[in-house]
Design a protein around this ligand. Structure first.
Ligand code: PHE
Length: 446
């Protein structure tokens, strides 16, 4: 058997992991969830969860992967990678979760691509006569068109993954992530310079303290923290498995978490100032990026260029996340079925495409299907973000916090013999499970 693939450089690894974390969650989802939940207060609660729950979990998940030097399932091996403990079930659940997220994530990424292409060619700007509400609903409900965009995004992700860890994933992230960072900073500077944008900056950064009393703000912030970091779905375990020993994990995890959070805040500074400058509603819900923003781009000076950049940015950010999600089942197929990387990629992509078809068609052909009041895509998203991701996080916290030997857990996370290590372990053992249990309980009762 040939040697397992590895990252080429530490920077390449960190950029690929940030590429996984930064995605639709930071731009599309962060903006509308923050908008729905009071802006500044949401941001404070969110930052607290990122630090106290997200960061410890990212360290834990990376350490599981590096320790196992195998796929998501091997990461949950108790003694040596390859044992057959019951914990491995958690690994299989995470693989299923990654596939499920990718199935509908590809649909939304396809919308972003469709908008980006429309913005570049100009059709997005001439179609506005009936308003972007009607445009968006016609677009996502339009028979096979959303399926074609979904397929295009999956094909792009498959191309990258088929290129391998270094030759595909690392290479693409190395140039894409710095480019995306430059674009989002440029968009934010432009938005903040618009007349009347100050209210938008205040909305995001100056909290309305009364919102602290709303329990749903906490649930939304935790769900967003999980989704945005992408922790709990074995992506970090899989990416961590390509690490040689010797890159200090806590520093890498801190860079990943900081990069993801900064990206979301800067995206907020690109979006809310523009929304307020044009007197629109910041709490527009999931439609913020696809209905409210195009309206703004149409009206702002240079808006066609800004709008094109925005949707291409959204598409590229989504692509690097899709790549990481696809790598999870691909790594399993390579390891367990002995498939080549290329065969594994084609098979996993095809299966995920089929899995996502109901989500893609859920606004048109299958619009009559409602699950608990939601359409198909939203029902899958709610199930994943509110249940599967937190459950995955809980499994990681319990596994590393309680199941593995304390000394092993600390050593594998490069935290042995440090005070930070003791704090980390107690956060994993007590704070993380408690917070997740409370939130899970609340969504069960709601
Ligand atoms: N973190 C990604 C985003 O913000 C989504 C994601 C979820 C990626 C789960 C990997 C695992 O868009």
């Amino acid at each position: 058997m040939s040697a397992r693939e590895q990252w080429g450089t530490r920077t390449g690894f960190v950029l690929a992991t940030i590429g996984s974390a930064v995605g639709l969650g930071n731009i599309w989802r962060f903006a509308y969830v923050a908008g729905d939940n009071g802006g500044g207060v949401f941001l404070i609660v969110y930052l607290a969860f990122i630090l106290l729950i997200g960061l410890p979990l990212v360290i834990a998940e990376l350490s599981m992967g590096r320790r196992a030097q195998g796929d998501a399932v091997a990461a949950f091996s108790v003694t040596a990678p390859g044992d057959t403990g019951r914990w491995r079930l958690a690994g299989w659940l995470a693989v299923l979760g990654a596939a499920l997220i990718l199935s509908y994530y590809a649909v939304i990424a396809g919308w972003a691509l469709g908008y980006g292409v429309g913005a570049a060619t100009g059709t997005l700007w001439t179609a506005a006569a009936a308003g972007y509400g009607g445009y968006f609903r016609a677009f996502i409900g339009g028979g096979v068109e959303p399926v074609l965009w979904q397929a295009a995004m999956l094909a792009a992700a498959a191309l990258v993954v088929a290129g391998g860890v270094q030759g595909g994933i690392e290479r693409v992230n190395r140039w894409l992530m710095p480019t995306l960072a430059a674009i989002i900073v440029g968009l934010a500077i432009y938005a903040v310079s618009l007349p009347g944008s100050g209210a938008g900056v205040r909305f995001l950064l100056a909290p309305d303290w009364s919102a602290f009393g709303r329990p749903e703000v906490y649930a939304a912030a935790l769900g967003q923290a999980f989704f945005s970091l992408g922790v709990g779905m074995a992506v970090f375990a899989t990416y961590g498995s390509y690490l040689p020993r010797g890159f200090a994990l806590p520093a890498s995890a801190a860079a990943i978490v900081a990069g993801d959070t900064l990206f979301a805040v800067v995206a907020g500074l690109a979006i809310f100032p523009a929304v307020f400058a044009f007197g629109l509603d910041p709490a527009a819900g999931p439609e913020l990026a696809f209905i409210t923003l195009p309206q703004i781009f149409l009206a702002m000076p240079g808006g066609r260029i800004v709008g094109t950049l925005f949707f291409l940015l959204l598409t590229a950010a989504a692509l690097t996340s899709m790549v990481s999600l696809l790598e999870v089942p691909v790594a399993v197929a390579i390891r367990r079925l002995g498939a080549t990387r290329r065969t594994a990629t084609v098979a996993a992509t095809a299966a995920i495409f089929l899995l996502g078809l109901p989500s893609a068609l859920g606004f048109g052909l299958l619009a009559h299907i409602r699950i608990g009041g939601y359409g198909i895509l939203d029902a899958v998203d709610a199930a994943v973000s509110n249940l599967l991701l937190p459950a995955g996080g809980l499994a990681i916290a319990l596994f590393v916090g309680w199941r593995i030997e304390r000394a092993v857990a600390l050593r594998e996370a490069d935290l042995g013999g440090t005070r930070a290590g003791a704090v980390w372990l107690w956060l994993l053992r007590v704070a993380v499970p408690t917070a997740i249990a409370l939130i899970l309980l609340r969504s069960a009762l709601a």
